[in-house]
Design a protein around this ligand. Structure first.
Ligand SMILES: [Zn+2]
Length: 401
């Protein structure tokens, strides 16, 4: 296939161009063209492809096929000469990330001897895997300070081609992956990388570089970073969140973390206290129900309890003496039946399951001393409670009338 002239090598700021269609083809069922020249950057080297239009038609993907650059299109275009337009905001965003990545990689190496093992420039966030086991806050700051100092020195970013046999004369940060004529991207006197990507012409255009996260991977550290516009948007979002929290706590931005920690500790203590009070209340309530009951068999449809509360109450009653309890509870969409008995009684409550099942559609189960059933027919709960009572009066020796 014919090799495409890469206009973005010559000028990364060229966003409009005219070119000739030299080949029309297909890619995964979509029309695709190869041009004699292009300003579209193809997906490669950790950088995403350029967005834009060719002859007014949207470019969906750009691929490098051994030197021929394939533009995958949304619909067919005519042959001959065509006008191309690269989406500038997307391209410039990637130029900021890519240039920032070179400076950041060198700053990691210079400051902490941390080598770049790989990087990826994503649509929202970019990552850099560095050969470091750990990093302290002070080291983190040192790397950020160094990379931003280089950005603010507004150094020139040069690109030039060097034949393979002379590449040894260039102090490359990493050995080149390709052979033949190599393209070197030099952040003036600071970093030398073999790279085919698009970069800013001066470091000042990167604006700022910020590390925004880190995680351990394969025994190394993978950093998340944002440059330029992305760093601004990230700061904007976090700033709003922090100010909102500071307002809610009536404290300064710097005190938010301590306030959240205090709130979490208070909440834990309150939950513990609430639990203790619930237990005391349940014991008290169980006593009330027992006093009001006419015998050891207690049955009722409870209108103001959740299934969890009803189970808790039933268990408190059966451990307070010799009792069998049947509670019906109307949940939001279903009816619940809870049956429990004291350990000194002997009936196996699982025997209730087929009995209730023969009256109402229901499912559930349990053990010999506690059974819970759920039915969609919550209006008929009283019938289920009555049936359970009748079963207990027949099957529990100590409850026989
Ligand atoms: Zn690069």
């Amino acid at each position: 296939m014919p090799e495409t002239r890469r206009l973005y090598f010559e000028d990364a700021y060229l966003m409009e161009f005219d070119a000739e269609v030299v080949s029309k083809t297909e890619h995964e069922g979509l029309p695709a063209v190869i041009l004699d020249r292009t300003a579209f950057y193809p997906e490669s080297g950790g950088q995403s492809w350029d967005r834009g239009t060719l002859g007014g038609v949207e470019v969906l993907k750009v691929l490098d096929l051994d030197g021929a650059i394939l533009h995958v299109l949304k619909s067919e275009i005519a042959g001959g000469m065509v006008h191309g337009r690269v989406d500038r905001p997307t391209r410039f965003d990637y130029m900021q990330q890519h240039t920032g990545q070179h400076i950041l990689s060198q700053a990691f190496f210079e400051t902490l001897k941390g080598e770049t093992l790989s990087f990826h420039l994503g649509p929202d966030v970019s990552t850099l895997e560095i050969g470091l086991r750990a990093i302290s806050d002070a080291e983190w700051d040192k790397v950020e300070d160094r990379v931003n100092a280089i950005v603010w020195e507004d150094r020139e970013v040069k690109t030039y081609f060097v034949p393979e046999e002379k590449i040894g004369e260039v102090p490359l940060r990493r050995p080149p992956k390709k052979q033949g004529l190599l393209r070197v991207v030099e952040v003036d006197g600071f970093d030398y990388s073999a790279c085919g990507g698009t970069h800013c012409r001066r470091t000042g255009e990167v604006g700022t570089v910020k590390l925004t996260g880190v995680e351990k991977i394969r025994g190394n550290l993978r950093f998340e970073f944002r440059c330029g516009g992305r760093a601004l948007r990230d700061h904007r979002g976090k700033d709003r969140t922090v100010r909102k929290l500071a307002g809610a706590f009536s404290c300064s931005d710097g005190e938010v973390a301590a306030q959240v920690e205090k709130l979490a500790a208070d909440s834990k203590a309150l939950k513990k206290r609430a639990r203790r009070l619930e237990e005391r209340l349940a014991a008290f309530e169980a006593g009330e129900v027992i006093r009001a009951a006419s015998g050891p068999l207690i049955a009722d449809v409870l209108e103001d309890k959740t299934p969890d509360e009803a189970r808790f109450l039933a268990l408190n009653i059966v451990k307070s003496g010799e009792f069998a309890v049947v509670f019906g509870v109307r949940g939001e969409s279903q009816g619940h039946l809870i049956a429990a008995r004291s350990d000194s009684l002997t009936a196996d409550l699982r025997g209730l399951v087929p009995v209730i099942g023969s009256i109402l559609p229901c499912k559930g189960g349990g053990g010999p001393s506690l059974v819970e059933l759920v039915t969609p027919e919550k209006a008929r709960l009283q019938e289920a409670v009555d049936a359970a009572v009748a079963w207990l009066q027949t099957n529990e020796q100590k409850l026989k009338a």
